[in-house]
Write a protein that binds this ligand. Structure first.
Ligand SMILES: Nc1nc2c(ncn2[C@@H]2O[C@H](COP(=O)(O)OP(=O)(O)OP(=O)(O)O)[C@@H](O)[C@H]2O)c(=O)[nH]1
Ligand SMILES: [Mg+2]
Length: 329
């Protein structure tokens, strides 16, 4: 999604730049010019190469990391869950500061070297440039971590979007897999899905986005963990419509309470699928359906592809009829 550049540690950047600087300096010294001239030329090249290597790496960070402000809302919220946005801004700012200073120091040093017979300005340059890069050690380390977070961000499309939500282990990923043939992980324990996963499906020449989200527990927002918060962000920022899956074989009360919390916090239409009909006694399924009275409700087995396609088509036929339906991405 983002094409992020390599971010070196400050030690690696200094090593790389100084090593390449030494190589060109050595190559220049082996020519047959007078010693003084050779020294000046070789130091001129050393400074040019060291400055160039550092500038090029820092510039590519400044240019290619998205600024916080230009991120879509969904990515802003995701970023805030995982990292401190001020740290992100500061780190990019520090890299920019270092870049400007290295550029200026390189220009001044090359100018000073021209008018002199000794190589003192080059030696000063080496010390000062190394200390500038060391000053942004923490910022580069932060950006290495931030890069790992940004790389995990899902790719979004501006198409109608269904977010699948519900308690842990109720069959959200199973529904997603049946509908979109995505290779999502399914397992008989809660919190199998730990991030937002995106699948697609085509119906009547229209592409749709289906989002599998981590399970949510019925508890106050401030007690929710980072995995749950991603699900909240998906619901708030991406959904055009929500399919809330219920497992009638576990306690219904908290699931209904969660469903109502979601309904009260957003103004979207929520459909309910009472799942696992293949292993659930009929009365239990019916009880669950009564408990969510007032919501449009289906009884399904998420393992059954036909059930999932049918539910999906009904939902989107209604949405299309109501003429809503473009992704918020
Ligand atoms: N018999 C039966 N089992 C199902 C059905 N749907 C899901 N399961 C099982 O329920 C368990 C949980 O399914 P998942 O799809 O991983 O549930 P989830 O809601 O994505 O779970 P988390 O990601 O942990 O929140 C797995 O063992 C599934 O095989 C169904 O319709 N029938
Ligand atoms: Mg899952």
């Amino acid at each position: 999604m983002f094409r992020l550049p390599n971010v070196p540690t400050s030690d690696d950047l200094i090593d790389k730049a100084f090593h390449q600087g030494s190589k060109v300096a050595k190559a220049t010294r082996s020519t047959r010019k007078p010693r003084e001239k050779r020294m000046r030329v070789s130091e001129h090249r050393r400074v040019t190469v060291i400055g160039g290597v550092i500038e090029s790496d820092l510039l590519s960070i400044v240019k290619n990391f998205p600024s916080y402000e230009e991120l879509p809302n969904f990515h802003k919220r995701l970023l805030e869950i995982k990292i401190d946005k001020d740290v992100y801004k500061q780190s990019l700012g520090a890299v920019h500061w270092c870049l400007k200073n290295v550029q200026q120091l390189k220009r001044e040093t090359l100018r000073d070297l021209k008018g002199r017979n000794d190589t003192r300005p080059a030696q000063d340059f080496l010390g000062r440039v190394a200390s500038m890069v060391k000053k942004i050690r923490k910022d580069l380390d932060e950006l290495i971590e931030i890069k790992a977070v940004l790389r995990e961000f899902p790719d979004l499309e501006a198409v109608p979007t269904l977010v699948v939500s519900g308690y842990p282990n109720v069959g959200k990923s199973t529904f997603m897999k049946s509908l979109t043939d995505s290779d999502v992980q399914i397992a008989p324990y809660p919190f199998t899905t730990q991030s937002i996963l995106i699948g697609h499906t085509m119906r009547r020449h229209q592409r749709y986005q289906v989002i599998d989200s981590p399970g949510l527990l019925d508890r106050p927002m401030e007690e929710r963990n980072d995995i749950e918060l991603q699900a909240v962000v998906a619901i708030k920022e991406l959904a055009n419509v929500i399919l809330f899956i219920i497992d009638p074989n576990i306690d219904i009360g908290p699931q209904v309470s969660l469903l109502k919390e979601i309904r009260d916090s957003i103004g979207l239409r929520i459909y309910v699928a009472v799942n696992k009909s293949d292993i659930t006694p009929k009365e239990k399924t019916e009880q669950a359906m009564q408990a969510v009275d007032g919501f449009p409700t289906f009884s399904i087995s998420a393992q059954n592809k036909e059930d999932c396609v049918l539910v999906f088509e009904k939902i989107f036929r209604e949405i299309d009829d109501a003429k809503q339906g473009c992704g918020k991405g």
